[in-house]
Write a protein of this length. Structure first.
Length: 98
């Protein structure tokens, strides 16, 4: 969806505030995720998947919950970067058993 500059700036500001709060509340986010990169990623996700009216009427707590979920997935995706092939095999095996 195409958003006007004003609409996009408003969206970015709102997401930036939520990301800042989540980074303070959850040290793992702050350690392993880049705030500016996450704001950009979340903005793209919301622009692609929500109508502006839906985004604008979303409560702050709902936005925070959605951002937290997306940021958690992004953080989880980084786990594989640090694992050796042997560790990744053990991880995969553990996931399959659940």
């Amino acid at each position: 969806m195409l958003y006007s500059d004003v609409t996009q700036k408003s969206m970015i500001q709102r997401i930036d505030q939520v990301v800042a709060i989540l980074m303070e509340e959850r040290p793992l986010f702050k350690e392993d995720l880049d705030a500016a990169e996450m704001v950009h990623h979340l903005t793209n996700v919301f622009q692609r998947n929500l109508a502006i009216a839906e985004f604008n009427t979303m409560s702050q707590s709902d936005l925070k919950e959605r951002c937290s979920g997306i940021m958690s997935i992004k953080l989880l995706s980084k786990i594989g970067d640090a694992l050796t092939p042997e560790q990744m095999a053990i991880f995969d095996d553990a996931i399959k058993r659940k």
